[in-house]
Design a protein around this ligand. Sequence first.
Ligand code: ADP
Ligand code: MG
Length: 433
Amino acid sequence: MEPIINVENINLWYDKGKPMEVYALKNVNLSITKGDYVSFFGPSGCGKTTMLYALAGIDTYQEGHVSISGQDITGLSNRDLAIFRQKGIGIIFQQFNLLPSLTVLQNVILPMLFIGGSTKESKERAEMLLKRLNLEEFAERYPFELSGGQQQRVGIARALANDPPIIVADEPLGNLDSVNAKNVLAFLKELNEKDGRTIIMVTHEAWSLQDVKTVFYMKDGIVVKQESKAEKPIAESVAEYLYGELGQTHKEDPHTELVSAHVISNFLLRGFSQEEIKRFEELLHERFINKLSAVDFHRLLLRPYDKGGVGLWKIKAERLFQSVEEIIREKKTLQDVLIHIEKNPEYPIMEEVYTIRNWILRTLDTFKFSFERIDALDQVIADRLRGYLVREQMVPIFTRSLDQAGVGLSLHIAMQITEKIEAFFDGTAVIHT
Ligand code: ADP
Ligand code: MG
């Protein structure tokens, strides 16, 4: 099969020769087949973004060669590289990178004007792309007026502007709740399967690999392994990789529960802080080796973090408790668990926040909220769910002005909202969306 990208013995250093030198890519050799959907997968800091930028001709490497569609891009001037990229590669950034002073439509038109497209045709194509991404009604809005999911879709429309055969995406789901993340995944799949584009996605979250056909596993600047769907289901490949990597353990090994607790807790508590994940992991491990009874485990999931628990809200605690007890009861292997979680990902915390916030806004129809105020409200809800705030702090924060890190609400509305959040927190309100 025809390679569309060929990477030959790349070595890349940041700040080479200086005291803070980082050796970020080490002897990387690989080739990406035309029409493939590949991912670079690995922990934070392993060199995924650097890899992506090197093979897309954004970052320069000191040694080796990269060829794209048969052309060696090594040593091209920045200007030539930019022209090459504008036509050949569409880039989707994690932080969206939209120009704030341009409308949505103008953001999508811009890359076409760069390569000399006519204003009329560029506008027509941009409108067509916005339509394809369900964004027509936002064409004249500015990026700040859009939600994260909508901005990410504008980013995708922009990446498609010049109809590139290759799309690269750096953690495209990083800032999205899981509904939007699923939409983006579905769209990437469509771009690959329907349009036949080559997709290269960087991620550190295993669940987002579900449609990927080839995975390059990275660690400390090295591509340590490559596996494709034809050889093994991706979920299985990933589970094996994580399982092996985190302790080189064997199923009967006494360390297995420790490894399982580590891997599973990271999957189940997406979006939580490292401390909370660590606390959950410790309790999970004790539960697995039966040092902790089911009743005590359940109680500790609910107990506040500063009192030795995880501080989860009731419904979340209930869901996690049921999953864990099922794993224990059915003696599931780590592979089983990971495959299951990948198919039914646990809601990340921001999705819970959006659910509560939308529910609150729906039931407070007398009150119009600005985007700024919604953002501030989201922050407070997230902090409450993470246990950083206690009930008593809610009303004072809600009534503080926006420029003093508050939400700028009247006392009356603040009290109403607090009551709703607390009802969700203690499980007396079950929200159907
Ligand atoms: P990942 O995307 O997997 O999180 P990166 O490619 O961003 O990893 O980073 C790989 C390594 O290179 C890390 O040690 C990081 O600190 C370092 N690094 C990344 N960008 C720069 C930069 N611009 N200057 C110096 N070091 C960098
Ligand atoms: Mg990165």
